[in-house]
Design a protein around this ligand. Sequence first.
Ligand code: SF4
Length: 365
Amino acid sequence: MNWQSSSSYFLKSFEDLTDYENIAGTAEPKLKKIIERHPLRISSYYANLINWDDPDDPLKKMVVPSLHELNLSGSYDTSGEQSNTKLAGLQHKYSQTALIIATNNCASYCRFCFRKRLVGLNSDEVVKKFEDTVGYIKKHKEINNVLVSGGDPLILKTKWINKFLRLLSDINHLDFIRIGSKVPIYLPHRILDDQELLNVLDKYSLPNRRLYIVTQINHPREITDKLVQVISQLQRRNIIINNQTVLMKDINDEAEVMAKLQNRLVAIGINPYYVFQCRPVKRVKKYFQVPLFKGYNLIEEAKKLMNGHSKRFKYIMSHKKGKIETMGIQNNRIYFKFHQAMNPRNLGKFFSRKLDKSAGWLDEL
Ligand code: SF4
């Protein structure tokens, strides 16, 4: 089977879910409504990693809709993406970085996605004319790197991936290009079965300008033999792989699980880059977010089980004002530092707030 035929099987409806789990009953109409609002998509590959007999299976929680999504506290734009949008599908928040929303599709839809407002839905936030995006980046010489994101860019046809890499690679003032993707986790065949894609990625990862893929691996059970094969194939093409993990309730909020995850990432040659505080996204916050107090303490506990390489990541809140690192807790205060800042005057700024053990976001302190 090639990747298109092997990926042609996705769970997409309530009825598809009932093949795996006995969920019919009073919840059915509500779950159907949730799926109408935020589509369901789970690759058969990932569905087979789930322990469907365990109601608390962490992999299941990440992709299977739940009635908890009826809780509307939070926002659909927690990082101020709308105000940083310069053209359809192009955001420019930090002066050196441009972010491209290349597609609204993914290999599976994460229920906790912070772009839940657009994944799998019609959206005018996706790039319309790639040439215009390239034109903007060419004009803005302060941009030295581009993050191609979505949705998941690696779900696009190989010829489109080739096109955007070709056009971006022609921009001399870019130091590197990043692609954010969960395809290695959700649909490894898409990479393993497409030699042409591997050739394209190889072609654009040059000695003086490497291509980066940023994965999002959240649980040690996602590191399967197939994922390891994908990573190995990418590494053979000189692609550098960084991982960002989202800290989530009942998924990776135990020190042992977090330590095992980061240690395994290093074992297979992936650089731990960020652990993200789960954003206060509508239909997500209450179900997935861990309070900052708990998050900070469990990460510090986890670090005791990690070697130096595994704990290179920063514990980050991707806030409207910038990327804010949680630095410490002492004497009833919680300390932060701007790792990236929308307002350059805040860069590197160290600040504190009175501790509230239940707060999950800076605005709640
Ligand atoms: S793969 Fe990425 S963009 Fe797609 S639903 Fe998951 S987190 Fe969101």
